[in-house]
Structures are given as structure tokens and as C-alpha cells.
Design a protein around this ligand. Sequence first.
Ligand code: NGO
Length: 523
Amino acid sequence: MRFNNWVQILAYFSILSMFMTVSCEEPTPKDLGNEALIPKPVSIQASGSSFAIKKNTSIYVKGDNEDLLKTANYLAEVLRPATGFPLEIANSDTWPASGNIYLSLESSDAELGTEGYQLDITEDLVVLKANAASGIFRGIQTLRQLLPASIEAKAKQSGPWEIASGTIKDYPRFGYRGAMLDVARHFFTVDEVKTFIDYIASYKLNTLHLHLSDDQGWRIEIKSWPKLAEVGGSSEVGGGEGGFFTQEEYKDIIAYAADRFITVIPEIDMPGHTNAILASYPELNCSGKKPEIYTGIEVGFSTLCTSNEKTYEFIDDVIRELAAITPGEYLHIGGDETHATELKDYIPFVNRVQDIVHKHGKLVMGWDEIAQATLKKNTIAQYWDSKENAEKALKQNAKILVSPAKNIYLDMSYDTTSKYGLHWAAYIEIDSSYQWDPEALVEGMTAENILGIESPLWSETVSDMNEAEWLIFPRLPGHAEIGWSPRDNRSWDEYRIRLGRQKARFDVLGINYYPSKQIPWAE
Ligand code: NGO
């Protein structure tokens, strides 16, 4: 190109700069198919462009469904800190103008069920549709992961806040996707439990199992047996001060979880794992003697006195109070490792406790040992160790919650150098925590009789959430994918890259994750 004078040169550059300004307004091309989403959605169709959240973007909600409005508020709260935008919420029965986000419960797609969603992202709009607010909530987690990791920051960041365009249709493989937190071996505060809830919510889990009692501590206020909290709550592994949740605090945890479409299942472990109960009420011990408070990590040495009627009065009171403050349908009765209870006493005990739980309007869940008893209708056996027990449960037509220790226990160390964790079941590196399938573990245990999967975090070796994070991350995202994504869509070689790209998110959230050498962590 030749310019004959300065006027021509100026004209050329001013036209060029005008063009460049306009092209900056053009949507950035982006590939939805290349986003590092975990769990991996059922189907993704990329359309090569993007939507940008800007300062005047609003969140429109169709209809006046209260739960839907809650999800809109949740989304706004997720987006406001980092964007610094107001993200107002408005009601609209028609599609909003360009530049906005639209949440609607009019999906008319039965395949999505109650937790599935469809996300349609164009240059103009983000439309998130589902059959229920729980589906919208799960879809919001996808939207979060489609934004830059800095969206997770608590203070304003520079953006831009672009989301790759296309369509995602997504729904879970299993209806139950849970995690368990052992607040008994070490006590975790309400805020720490809420942090855990936020972590599991971000990977689309829907159940929090709280292990509320064990030899080392009792963690829930029971008004009719006050010494449980006073005495039983005063200890933990290693001799720390322990703690317990008041019933009000417990309700607060439940409400926080419910806002994230997560159900809480409380566990009172019995007849074993009961030293803290016996130290609070020695009359429940067959010897009548008060045992020493226990702060070690052995298992299988304690038992409630199964032949004493007082034991069943005690259980009735505890279950009654707990059922009254627990909206979910299940109560977990433990039942594991009862080496101090004879089988002839254990079986009638489990049968009777199931009746007590039913009397108070709840269904029963228990560790796989309970399958040695007669499982009542709808009782769930949680398979953690014994295939034989899982088979016994299947023979009784019970459903199984899949939590095999050697695959999914979050408290297993990664390798011999791990600073936290136990290794009685296995060392579980990221590859082995991801490369297994719930339907390939026990003969006859298939999708029809699997309730879902759950990742237990036992807390013998971790005393607060920061330490726990090192065991949770980065294994939990892989478990979430096993529970949510179609089996045939999963491959370790591809997953490890996606996981590596979550690093920026872990960093922004300040998560103390284990930087496994198996993962290509993306800078
Ligand atoms: C076992 C045991 C727990 C331990 C855990 C440690 C079950 C169901 N009972 O799992 O008491 O804390 O292992 O990994």
C-alpha cells in the first residue's frame, strides 16, 4: 500500500482503528467442546462463538417459582464479587433482550429428570432450562466452570467474562451422589462443614452424609440425653477439645445444604463405635462401668449393651430427636465393625433399630455389615468392604450405596510419602481413584440395584478443613464424574488433562490440594 500524503495516512489509520474498535465488540470465537468441565456432560454441541457477561447483564427468571428464584440469587451471588457487576434479577415471561441470562423451568424434556439441565449459549443469550430448580442449580455449576477461573475470586477481577457458545444437555447417571464427612474423629465447625458443602455442590453431588458419632466423640445435641454432647462431645482423636453441633446449628447446616439441593443424612453409629456414648452414660455399657475417654484410632472395641432395654429407650430418644430435625428420608445407623458384639446379639439389634427408625418416619441406611440381619423394605446397605455382605444385601433385594474403601475412600493416602491418610485398604493415587466402575465390583450389582455412590472422608488423620482438602482434592472431582457422567464417555487419558486445567480454580479458591505427579497441571 502506498500513501501519497499525511492526510491519506491519517485517514487510513483512523478507519483501521474504527474497525478495530468494532471488532473488539465482536464475540470472541471459543470452542465449547474444549472446555475442561468436570463432571463431563452427557452431550456438548459447540457453535464456535461466545456470550459475554457485561455490566448490564441481568438474570431473568421465568415464572414465580420460589426455588427457581433462589437459584437466580445463588447465581448472582456467585458472579457478583469477581465481575463487580450488579447482575439484577428480574421476572420475564418472554425471552429477554440480548445480553442477558434466562432461567426457565419449561424444558419439556423428560430425559433431564429432576437434576438434568439444558444450557443454550448464543452470542446473545444464555438460556438454562430444566424440569426442576435442582436441575437449574446443577446447570449453574457448569456455567461457573465455563467462565474463567477468576470468577471464583472474592474481589473484583478484570474479566472479560466470556462463555463458549453451543448447547449442553446433561443429566446424572446415578440419582444419589454423596460424600461423607466424619466430624466425630475430629470435630469440624459449622463453617468448615459449609465449605465442604460448597465443594461437593460445585461438582454436582446431592447428598452429605454426616458421621456424627464414634468412639472418640459425639457431635449432636440430644436434649433428652444431655451428657452425650457435654461429655461425649468433649474429646477427639489426639486429645483436642472436640465439639458438637447444637440442634440449631445442625438445622443451619441442613438449610445451607438444602439451598444447594443437597440432602443431609445423619449417622449415629451403633452398636459398635460407641465409646463416647458409654463414657457419657455408663449404664448403657453391659459392665455398667464408665470407660476412659478414647482419643486413639483403633476400631471395633466398644458396644452398646444389646440385651439391656435401656439401650432401646436411648436409641428411641436419639432417633426421635434426630428425625424431628432431619428433613431427608434416611437416617444412617452405622452397624460397622462390631467386633465387640456377638453376631447372635447383633442381628436382633439391627432388626429392632430398623423398626425404631421406621416408627419415627424415616428409612434406614447402614454399612454393609447390616446385611447379616434381615433388611426391612427400603433399607440401604452401604458397601464399603465386604463383597459377601453386598451379595447378602442383593439377595434380600436391598439397594446398595457404593463406597468401596479401596476405590473411593478419601482418607486413604496417595502413596507411601503422603502426609495425611491411612492405608489399610490401599494407596489411592488419582488414576486408581478414577479408573473403576460401580457396576463392575460385585457380581449382580448393577444399575438397577445401585442407589448411587458416596465418597467417605474419615478424619483420623486430618483435624481441620485445610488438612482435609489435601485428601479431598483432587480425588473428589473424579468420583463426581463416576457418579454423574455416562460410563462410556470416560477415559483416564482425557480426564487427567481436564483435571489439570482445574488447577487455576483450586488456586483461586485457595484449596490445599495434593499436586499429584500423574496430572499435567496447567499453569
Ligand atoms: C472403616 C471404619 C471407620 C474408619 C475407616 C478408616 C468403616 C465403614 N468403618 O470404614 O471407622 O474410620 O474405615 O478408613
